[in-house]
Design a protein around this ligand. Structure first.
Ligand code: ADP
Ligand code: ADP
Length: 230
């Protein structure tokens, strides 16, 4: 069945004159992998924010598992979709507490396992004491790559039915990226997945590709057909 159904979405950011999204419709079936590609500013992140209930569309509907997510409170959405973002929100507290935001009752063993899968080697090698490291403004500053890995570890902890990856491996070096991609594939097997990227070349094995330009869909096809066309 259909897992995500988006119809005629329109969104304009406050104070802007032009649409960030202008009449976007698409659907994703259960277990399918959709890639959303497009240049910077084409509207990719805005779609991610609408799917996770962070912003509300001026027009159109988003339904997940048959439920219109804007006609109910946000709770039911947030327990179905997890998102791995480029710049995750991390708080000025320990690594453990940042991870526990994703799953409050996780055991230390679970946290360590998820860190391992997200290739946070340095955290897992010295275990407990690293988990107690305070990060952020008043603590240890993490690199862009480290932050992304923490965001990925949180997605492993949540283990939800729908996962959105919003440029989530862009700050990783290629060695880390390939390790993580292997793990991400196992995380997402059997799940509905949306991957967002600038270029088609950074997307692996997707069923369909939606190409955006200036807030509109300019192509919607299989990866192979799009490659043959170019
Ligand atoms: P992408 O993810 O493809 O780079 P975005 O969805 O971030 O694109 O942006 C789509 C459009 O909305 C762009 O024109 C961008 O400048 C604008 N935009 C994005 N975020 C905001 C914001 N918080 N306030 C105002 N305009 C925004
Ligand atoms: P970026 O690609 O954003 O510059 P990296 O993730 O490659 O950052 O990491 C930068 C440095 O931090 C590297 O020298 C790496 O060994 C170190 N590092 C990576 N992960 C961790 C970690 N979990 N804890 C401590 N140091 C780390």
């Amino acid at each position: 069945g259909t897992d995500i159904n988006v119809e005629n979405l329109e969104f304009t950011y406050e104070g802007n004159v032009s649409f960030a999204l202008d009449g976007i419709s698409f659907s994703v079936r259960k277990g399918e992998h959709l890639a959303i590609v497009g240049e910077s500013g084409s509207g990719k992140s805005t779609i991610a924010k609408l799917l996770t209930g962070q912003i509300k569309p001026q027009e159109g509907t988003v339904s997940i598992g048959g439920i219109d997510i804007y006609s109910v409170n946000g709770e039911s959405v947030s327990d179905k979709v997890s998102i791995v973002v480029q710049e995750p929100v991390l708080f000025n507290m320990t690594i453990r507490d940042n991870l526990l935001l994703a799953k409050a009752d996780a055991t230390d063993d679970e946290l360590i396992e998820c860190c391992r899968r997200a290739s946070i080697y340095d955290f897992t090698q010295t275990l407990q004491n690293k988990m107690d490291t305070i990060i952020g403004e008043k603590g240890v500053k993490l690199s862009g790559g480290q932050k992304q890995r923490l965001s990925i570890a949180r997605a492993f902890l949540q283990d939800r039915d729908i996962i959105i990856f919003d440029e989530s491996t862009s700050a990783l070096d290629s060695e880390n990226e390939s390790d993580i991609i292997t793990e991400l594939k196992s995380l997402s097997s059997g799940k509905t997945m949306i991957s967002i990227a600038h270029r088609l070349s950074s997307i692996l094995d997707c069923d369909k590709v939606m190409v955006l330009k200036d807030g509109r869909v300019v192509a919607f096809d299989t990866h192979q057909n799009l490659c043959n066309r170019n």
